[in-house]
Design a protein around this ligand. Structure first.
Ligand SMILES: [Zn+2]
Length: 304
């Protein structure tokens, strides 16, 4: 039995996309460990970078693909895509924990969710997904947030130090909690900077109420899709919505996350979903559609 493959299949069964990552292997003299990649001892991210070309974009919940990968690389570490089933708070050693303690009252810090001790001497606290991307919580040193588009290594991966990632509280021991309010406040975009002239638009600022209604309607249509029609429906619904992204009515990332989450929830694979969404996005962005002008006559969409 391969414990790494077993673990990969276990994460995938929970809907968490998995991909293979380089692992620590003994150096020729066998005194220390180095990265399994061709750079070996010269690697600057030893045992932490993907074995597959597109990294987390190749992550999948497909058991057959996971079996093929771990047959090919039986010792590969486990990379998990965050932002789909869970987000992770990445606390780097004692310094990170001290910073976190100053922010979050002890009662809240006794975070009840799943908790990983990393092979590098840190901790990963798992939470329900927030929809946020990767970002360091404001004002917290040595603490990071892994959300949409991010990844973490998971047990029983091995760190370059030789220590394994291990569960302090497993996924069966604790449900995923919401992010504590004090931490969430440090993760949300800072209003004093997002309103600065010239600052890039933050998430949601592009979303027009009409666009959000279109998005909700198309997500509902996807949810109703019957087996055999799901991939086609995803393509058709996402195409319609990306047309509004093209005209600035909806936020690109928000739409992609919403469709990814919905598609995985109805049983499409991560592979299929990302391919179909990429194609719908390209087509939609090439065909911008704007909010219908409706002055003077009532439409369902014109209300708030
Ligand atoms: Zn390497």
């Amino acid at each position: 039995m391969n414990l790494l493959l077993d673990a990969a299949l276990g994460y995938a069964a929970r809907g968490i996309p998995v991909y293979p990552v380089h692992w620590p292997r003994p150096t020729p003299g066998a005194t220390t460990l180095c990265c399994s990649c061709p750079r070996g001892p010269g690697c600057d991210r030893p045992a932490k970078h993907p074995l597959v070309r597109h990294g987390i974009h190749d992550a999948t919940t497909n058991p057959g693909q996971l079996q093929r990968w771990w047959q090919h690389w039986p010792q590969a570490n486990l990379g998990l895509a965050t932002g789909v089933i869970f987000d992770a708070l990445d606390v780097d050693g004692a310094a990170g924990l001290a910073a976190l303690r100053q922010l979050i009252p002890m009662v809240e810090l006794r975070l009840p969710g799943p908790l990983v001790r990393t092979g590098g001497g840190g901790w990963h606290y798992w939470f329900r997904p927030t929809g946020l991307g990767n970002r360091p919580p404001r004002g917290l040193a040595r603490v990071d947030w892994r959300g949409r588009g991010g990844c973490v290594l998971a047990p029983p991966s091995r760190h370059i130090s030789g220590s394994s990632y291990r569960w302090l509280r497993g996924l069966d021991q604790a449900p995923l909690p919401e992010v504590p309010a004090a931490l969430r406040a440090r993760l949300d975009p800072d209003p004093s900077t997002t309103t600065r002239p010239g600052a890039p638009a933050g998430p949601n600022t592009a979303s027009h109420p009409y666009g959000r209604r279109v998005l909700a309607a198309e997500l509902a249509a996807l949810h109703r899709a019957t087996p055999g029609h799901r991939n086609h429906t995803l393509n058709a619904c996402a195409f319609k919505v990306y047309r509004y992204v093209a005209s600035g009515v909806l936020d690109d990332e928000e739409v992609t996350v919403a469709f990814t989450t919905a598609a995985l929830a109805i049983g499409l694979s991560a592979d299929e979903t990302s391919r179909t969404l990429a194609s719908a996005r390209t087509a939609g962005l090439a065909n911008p559609r704007t909010v219908p002008a409706a002055p003077g006559h009532r439409t369902e969409e014109a209300g708030s």
